[in-house]
Ligand binder design. Sequence first.
Ligand SMILES: *[C@@H]1O[C@H](CO)[C@@H](O)[C@H](O)[C@H]1NC(C)=O
Ligand SMILES: *[C@@H]1O[C@H](CO)[C@@H](O)[C@H](O)[C@H]1NC(C)=O
Length: 415
Amino acid sequence: MLDSIRALVYICLTWPSSATIPDRCDGIEFDAITPDEQGKQLFFKDGFLWKGFRGPAQRVAESFSGIGHVDAAFRMHREDRTEDHDHVYLFQDEMVFRYFNQTLQDGFPKKVEQEFPGVPCHLDAAVECPKGECSADSVLFFKGSEVHHYDVATQTVKKKEWPEVPPCTSVLRWMEHYYCFQGNNFTRFHPVTGLVVGAYPKDARAYFMTCPNFGHGSGDHKLPLCSEVKLDAITSDDAGKTYFFTGPSYMRLDTSRDGKHAFPVTRMWPEVAGGVDAVFSYQDKMYFIKGDQVFIYLSGAHYSLIEGYPKTLQEELGVQGPVDAAFACPGDHTAHIIQGDQMKDVDLSATPRTVTKATTLRHAKVDSALCGPDGLKLFVGSSYYEYTATSELGAGQVERMPSPITPSMMACRRD
Ligand SMILES: *[C@@H]1O[C@H](CO)[C@@H](O)[C@H](O)[C@H]1NC(C)=O
Ligand SMILES: *[C@@H]1O[C@H](CO)[C@@H](O)[C@H](O)[C@H]1NC(C)=O
């Protein structure tokens, strides 16, 4: 008798035993996925929670008080309202809970329709879609085969059916990409059109977690040595999105809290296959230079190639290819085109485009160049040189010391 009481007490004190904690390598279906305010991806399942792409599960209640199982979750993107921005919303049945820094906010939980008019309860999944990826700051709510596209500023809802996207049980947004999870599978989709491009579904265990016998695991692939990095092109647009290009891959650099990851260039800019020579941004456009051709894309909810492009470099910019690097400084109408030790300035506000100035540089060869609010960087191999103005680039100017590319700038490892 005493033994059985002891056994019972023991079971109660240690519940849940390790056997009841789900293992995400078993091929489970997540209830919800969202990043927290630090950018760590949270995976929810049956009252348990994983923080990040690796590590064991813990109880949801240890981090989020007042809630057990979670149907759907998202992190609000709303830079115009700091009282909402980066807050984490968790949904359970008819209710929505709002947290910041893992603290339940006053007035919550609330009924879903009180906080998000027109959005159904008992949701399957939710995901933020910031302006730039959607046409305005939005949330996509998923229920069955329906997608409710919610504009956070106007609180209007548009209902959509996306035949290519399977019913999502959770949705992960990671580095501007959107992944619909169904069981242990996922399908990448476009958040505006609902189109699916590529071979899906794929098994999440090979991508978003580290599981024995499954693929590389996210972010776990072999990174190049920083000393071997070579940037073919780099650019930063007016919205502050910074991309670098190397061979057939690109990487976004300004989303540090999501980590850094390389994707195929053709995923974002399908017409530019097989690498680029130089890229620069001017107003709401991105100019890709490849051989003697220029591809101009309009930046918006997604990048779209402007009709009539590619055109020849001569026709568009009044120079002959090939080009090593190109940049335009924010607010300026000049494209600086670098070829060997020559830099040609082209006035982008004049037609036809002609070279207005040529400078002999103090560098014999430049791989890529970036001009931003904090100055000018010329990349040469795995090093870069910093300048404050284009007038400092001439051959007669003071010599600069190179700085090495570091792991904090882009995903590479130290030697
Ligand atoms: C978050 O909460 C912890 C303790 O709960 C507190 O120490 C910390 O200052 C809070 N951080 C912010 C940014 O509010
Ligand atoms: C996941 O995808 C595989 C391959 O397409 C399929 O056989 C399997 O049934 C899918 N599982 C779920 C839960 O959708």
